[in-house]
Design a protein around this ligand. Structure first.
Ligand code: PMP
Length: 430
């Protein structure tokens, strides 16, 4: 590394060792990404020393803000003992008990290596329990990057947004709109569907909200038809409430997939669920001589350094206070953005549930719109917003969406809103 690296010089170097210079396709940016060196609370600093107000927050994992001292301290303490040895340890039991207490669906818990691994495992459990290979998932909902649930992640397209995904696998994935009558028809037409997957917020952490009452309706339908219902709460888990969207709305799925906030913002994830389904993972209880009935491994599952940080985070997040703070800051952000858009005559609005903020350009309502329509926004406005904000020191999570944390303050939100104001002024002139 050169003595005075810049974002541009690091990007050029990165391209020589990594395809596209990145480790995650959404980190790709032209002319180059920013290279973050340090993140604290609701702020972060790049390699050039430039400061950003952070609304990405570790892809929504840092609900307590970046580098929360209690989480950092717990991890540091654990590092003096062992980061990870590949054995059972006491911390994973304490952590699992937290999830059991917080999530209504959590009779039992199994830790995983990521959100993607959680949805892979939950689906395997759904197939094993139902004895049926097919899964129904909702158009535009995101469940990680593995083969089985990739089709449908790009709204309005009935093919996976990637080469290398075999049709033999995607043929087992049925994509339905978030409309209960249509879903009932799909289930009636295809008896091989055994599992239903739903992103508990609606697509893209709520940029496409679910219709009112949808979660209860799909719960009732799954019960009536004997399907395994899985809520993907990788983002909503602990964020929408300490027990996720299921606790807030009082609708309990059979299985729940978790990651991001559930690990205190450290690498990992979890599947929690009904005792009779989770029992399929018990290697001590072979079924028909198969031990274990559902196989699941993973070198870094519940690594002690992660468990230590996660427990520290659970202690804070179980009170609901950090969520209330983050929600209030998102509310302030959404209201402020709406005011600034109006001031500059930008046609659009901000909206969102819990501690999220989404922006839609081109109308006054998204009611009745499909995921594909909501996601089709004028490309120049979307990139103008993202780039204009980033150049002035505000980082969003993706495209026109972002999240807040309990580390955001009214002063930081107002400072960010001034940057939105300047950016909207630019966009209004385009
Ligand atoms: N499900 C949802 C709802 C997500 O938002 C994500 C990641 N953004 C995932 C699953 C996949 O999680 P991971 O990136 O940890 O694999």
């Amino acid at each position: 590394m050169s003595e005075n690296p810049t974002n541009a010089s690091l990007s050029a170097w990165a391209h020589s060792v990594m395809p596209g210079g990145v480790s995650h396709e959404l980190r790709f940016r032209k002319p180059h990404p920013i290279y973050i060196e340090r993140a604290l609370g609701a702020e972060k600093w790049d390699i050039e020393g430039r400061r950003y107000i952070d609304f990405k927050l570790g892809a929504a994992s840092q609900l307590l803000g970046n580098s929360h001292p209690a989480v950092m301290e717990a991890v540091a303490q654990q590092l003096t003992k062992t980061p990870y040895s590949g054995d059972c340890h006491a911390l994973e039991i304490t952590w699992a008990e937290w999830l059991q207490k917080l999530f209504p669906s959590a009779d039992l818990v199994r830790f995983t290596g990521s959100g993607t691994e959680s949805t892979m495992l939950a689906l395997r459990l759904g197939r094993a329990f139902s004895g049926k290979d097919k899964v129904l998932r909702i158009d535009g909902h995101f469940h990680g990057w593995h083969d089985m649930l990739l089709k449908g992640s790009k709204p309005g397209a009935n093919t996976p947004p990637s080469l290398g995904v075999s049709a033999a696998i995607t043929d087992l994935t049925v994509v339905a709109p978030p409309a209960i009558d249509a879903i009932r028809d799909y289930l009636e037409q295809d008896p091989q569907i055994g599992t239903i997957f739903v992103e508990a917020s609606g697509a893209n952490y709520g940029s496409v909200p679910l219709p009112d009452g949808f979660l209860q309706q799909i719960r009732d339908l799954a019960t009536e038809t004997g399907k395994v219902l899985i809520f993907d709460e990788v983002i909503t888990g602990l964020r929408w409430s300490p027990g996720g969207r299921q606790a807030r709305d009082g609708v309990t799925p059979d299985l729940t997939t978790l990651a991001k906030v559930v690990t205190g913002g450290l690498p990992g994830g979890a599947v929690v669920g009904r005792a009779d389904i989770m029992a399929l993972l018990d290697p001590g209880k072979p079924i028909d001589g198969l031990a274990p009935p559902v196989s699941h491994k993973g070198t870094f599952n519940a690594a002690p350094m992660v468990a230590a940080g996660a427990i520290a985070a659970m202690e804070l997040l179980s009170t609901g206070e950090p969520q209330r703070q983050a929600d209030a800051m998102a509310d302030r952000l959404r209201n402020g953005i709406n005011e600034k858009m109006g001031k500059h005559g930008v046609k659009g609005f901000a909206y969102g549930d819990s501690s999220t903020c989404h922006m839609f350009f081109g109308g006054t309502s998204i009611d009745g719109m499909s995921a594909a329509e909501i996601r089709t926004q004028p490309a120049t406005l979307v990139s103008g917003l993202r780039n204009g904000l980033l150049e002035r020191g505000v980082d969003l999570m993706s495209f026109t969406s972002c999240v807040t944390s309990s580390a955001h303050t009214p002063e930081l939100i107002d400072e960010a809103l001034e940057i939105f104001d300047e950016t909207f002024a630019d966009l209004a002139h385009q």
